[in-house]
Design a protein around this ligand. Structure first.
Ligand code: NDP
Length: 498
């Protein structure tokens, strides 16, 4: 037999079908507090949508160490082969609203929470190894161009391509995004990347690292037309696929690899190792497999676990720390700040966000929705002589040597924004990949103003003449003019197309 219904304070609910009225035909009564509570709670069911990564799906699982990396990091959860740590993963699109289609062309978020014995370690990655921009000052502008035009409230190819063509560092990510990898078959069939460089350290050694999560399901993508068809027929395709696979014990897994750079090599490497628009070619830094990630448990309640999940790239454990990657540095602030806005200052108390391998002992108190015991009568200040928690030196992070003046700088290494997308276009892609890339770009760029088409085709031409000319021909732009513009400096190109 079903349990008896109560209101949220436990009082019996006598009737949940008939509003109390003044007589049979009379108006509703304000004393029907059950009606008012029910409507008022319903009115507040929606919390603010994530400003990015609004549409997503998630699942629980585990991470298992498969090879010894204790030489490189003292992270406890990576300390021995066979060790397992519970995780929660959330995958998402980036620019679309909560009701948008899972198969839309967009990078995919690849956010992970490891519930370790030293607290939560979190990685907020993507299914692409690079990003559109390398400075966080550009981030709100970049996202605005992916959202809606302020006047028309429509997605706007002019905004999209104007910004990107004024920002050549975006070319690597744009080339990946408009390949079929920009429309993965579902979340199970894509790789994840830390994208940012991080520091791994022991008590004596320090290394720069990048993480690669290679899908064990095989990397499978949709063509542009397949993605468009799926967006219309099943906008929730990737959410459905992840849930159904786990529900039928077809648990998806990823092989986790690390690229490791000696700390001292960073200064002389041919690319800036902290520039998130660059990869480290595998021939320079091979992938070293060291772990396996398995997702094997669906959330019981989507809102509780997935909608309220909050990830922070600054949630480190001893053995892992930030690098000077400027985009990462910006995200270290921005992610917790958006959680404080979206979920409230006590978002770490929400079960999916709580550490599970350790117990928080802080001097933070109060705040909206403080739903635990608020540390009872324990001292709420430090230092104190009432047995309050004391700092733990085992968490000390290694410092970073810095020199020079504060200021607003370009990355110090030479910044060739064309070389790596050229390697992708010319050496990694096959003919079919290139055909699809040209078709996918043309379908989108074809909607922008002619001058923006010229500017963007000139950038593609700098990546590879074939790239620029084929897109130009596909959208009816003068290929000779594109070749001429490509040879100009970026300043001259902008002046000629403004
Ligand atoms: P490799 O030939 O050693 O590796 C090529 C990489 O490209 C593989 O990781 C492959 O992933 C990936 N790839 C294949 N098709 C696409 C696509 N359409 N979009 C994005 N990635 C794709 O190359 P290098 O390491 O020398 O790098 C060459 C270029 O490959 C880079 O400039 C970069 O554009 C791309 N790349 C490099 C990565 C790296 O970390 N070095 C990571 C991802 C891409 P898979 O193995 O899953 O097929």
């Amino acid at each position: 037999m079903s349990d008896k219904m109560t209101n949220s304070f436990g009082r019996p609910v006598v009737d949940d079908q008939h509003t109390a009225t003044a007589g049979v035909d009379g108006p509703a009564l304000i004393e029907d507090t059950h009606l008012i509570d029910k409507l008022a709670h319903f009115d507040r069911e929606r919390i603010p949508e994530r400003v990015v990564h609004a549409k997503g799906a998630g699942a629980y699982g585990y991470f298992e160490v498969t090879a010894d990396v204790s030489l490189y990091t003292k992270a406890s959860f990576l300390s021995e082969v066979g060790k397992r740590t519970d995780i929660f993963a959330r995958f998402s699109t980036v620019g679309g609203e909560k009701g948008s289609a899972d198969s839309d062309r967009d990078p995919r978020g690849f956010a992970l929470k490891f519930y370790t014995e030293d607290g939560n370690y979190e990685m907020v990655g993507n299914n692409t190894p690079v990003f559109f921009i390398r400075d966080p000052l550009k981030f709100p502008d970049f996202i605005h161009t992916q959202k809606r035009n302020p006047a028309t409230n429509l997605k706007d190819p002019d905004m999209f391509w104007d910004f990107l063509s004024l920002t050549p560092e975006s070319l690597h990510q744009v080339t990946i995004l408009f390949s079929d990898r920009g429309t993965p078959k579902s979340y199970r069939y894509m790789n994840g990347y830390s994208s940012h460089t991080y520091l791994w350290y022991t008590d004596t050694n320090r290394y720069w690292v990048k993480l690669h999560f290679k899908t064990d399901q095989g990397n499978e993508s949709l063509t542009g037309p397949e993605a468009a068809e799926l967006a219309a027929s099943d906008p929730d395709s990737a959410t459905r696929d992840l849930y159904a696979a786990i529900a039928s014990d077809n648990d998806p897994s990823w092989t986790v690899n690390v690229q490791i750079m000696n700390e001292a090599d960073a200064a002389n490497y041919r690319y800036d190792p902290f520039d998130v628009t660059k990869v480290w070619p595998h021939s320079d830094y091979p992938l070293i497999p060291f772990g396996k990630m398995v997702l094997n448990r669906n959330p019981e309640n989507y809102f509780a676990d997935v909608e309220q999940a909050a990830f922070s790239p600054g949630s480190f454990v001893p053995g892992v720390a930030a690098s000077p990657d400027k985009m990462l540095q910006g995200r270290l602030f921005s992610y917790p700040d958006t959680h404080r806005h979206r979920l409230g200052t006590n978002y770490s108390l929400i079960p999916v966000n709580q550490p599970k391998g350790t117990v928080p002992r802080t001097y933070e108190r109060d705040g909206s929705m403080r739903v635990d015991g608020n540390f009872g009568g324990n001292p709420n200040y430090y230092p104190n002589t009432f047995d309050g928690p004391i700092p733990d030196e085992s968490g000390a992070e290694p410092g970073l040597a810095v020199t020079g003046m504060t200021g607003r700088y370009e990355y110090p290494h030479p910044n060739d924004d064309y070389e790596q997308p050229r390697a992708l276009f010319a050496d990694v892609m096959d003919d079919t990949d290139r055909d699809h890339l040209i078709a996918n770009v043309s379908g989108h760029l074809g909607g922008a103003q002619k001058r923006l088409q010229l500017r963007q085709c000139a950038l593609f031409h700098r990546v590879h003449p074939e790239f620029g000319i084929r897109v130009a021909e596909a959208i009816g732009v003068d290929a000779d003019e594109v070749a001429r513009l490509a040879a100009l400096t970026q300043e001259e190109l902008v002046a000629a197309t403004s």
